[in-house]
Design a protein around this ligand. Structure first.
Ligand code: HEC
Length: 276
């Protein structure tokens, strides 16, 4: 009896060791294996989020394919999104700023909360509404941060720079480079993109940019489905930083001498949590 109990004990101990060793151990740059990855990686449809998790087994275990699940969706009509509801329902710019301060961990006692919210946009796709957005949307709701500018640069280069140019001067390679297919020296893209370095664009409020991202304009298409709410504003921060450079001014985490109404330097708000 005693030996049987002993054997059983050794068997259980060895099994436990084997089980724990069979999981990858964390170390170096590896986080190791997760015990229950399904609890971390959502298998639900997500609105406005591209969400690919390579170990998700939905391809074999579900009627939905992984490709189906990972692509972003529109939010269900009439629902209140998680995340930026406070911002969406604010009645004036002061209330908007207060809501953003809570979400970004800038307000006393608040914590930075990553949000995937879809933010309603109350301006229609018309010329009058473009002018109204330009007049009414002034400040960038996110503080200027070094990390945000890096992200903004990445997104700008990818989505906008191909036409508007890496310097924002309207000379992206699609416009600038000759088109070998047609022998056209003027480039593949026929329409002239806006030159953000012109005074009219440097002096324009943020609404003009946000509206263009939401709907495009004439030959330019919308980027609303490519960029999240936060990403759109990061791109706009980055464009502002290019404009500041051209005027010999600063638009950064520590100072904004371009126009204080466009964006508040993040360092002056002393964030409690790092922004990401
Ligand atoms: C495929 C080329 C192309 C891409 C990519 C592109 N744009 Fe444009 N954009 C244009 C063209 C062309 C215009 C000029 C439209 C007009 O005024 O007729 C324009 C105009 C604009 C304007 C001025 C709108 C106004 O009010 O006059 C803004 C702002 C703008 N784009 C921002 C962006 C941003 C931000 C991105 C990236 C998210 C982007 N664009 C990507 C081609 C492009």
């Amino acid at each position: 009896m005693a030996t049987m109990r002993h054997t059983l004990f050794v068997f259980i101990a060895v099994s436990l060791i084997l089980i724990s060793l069979s999981c990858q151990q964390p170390g170096g740059n590896s986080t190791g294996s997760e015990y229950m990855p399904d609890m971390v990686y959502s298998t639900a449809y997500e609105a406005n989020v591209y969400y690919s998790y390579s170990l998700n087994t939905w391809d074999s275990a579900s009627v939905f394919t992984r490709l189906d699940l990972m692509n972003p969706r529109n939010p269900v009509a009439g629902t209140v999104p998680r995340g930026y509801a406070g911002y969406s329902f604010a009645h004036n710019p002061q209330e908007q700023q207060a809501a953003m301060a809570m979400l970004t961990g800038q307000a006393p006692g608040s914590q930075y909360t990553p949000a995937n919210g879809h933010v309603p946009y109350y301006y229609a796709d018309t010329e009058e509404e473009r002018i109204r957005a330009t007049a009414e949307i002034i400040a960038n709701p996110f503080p200027i941060t070094a990390a945000g500018l890096v992200k903004g640069q990445e997104l700008y280069t990818f989505y906008c720079g191909i036409c508007h140019g890496d310097k924002g001067d309207g000379a992206g390679y699609l416009v600038r480079d000759p088109n070998p297919a047609t022998g056209d020296a003027g480039g593949k893209y026929p329409a002239a993109p806006a030159n953000f370095m012109l005074d009219a664009f440097i002096d324009s409020s943020n609404g003009r940019y946000y509206h263009a991202i939401m709907y495009g304009r004439n030959m330019m298409g919308s980027y609303a489905d490519k960029l999240s709410f936060e990403e759109r504003w990061e791109v706009i921060h980055y464009i502002r930083s290019l404009q500041a450079k051209v005027r010999g001014l600063e638009y950064s985490e520590t100072a904004n001498t371009l126009n204080p109404a466009y964006g508040v330097p993040g360092a002056s708000l002393a964030p409690e949590e790092p922004m990401n």
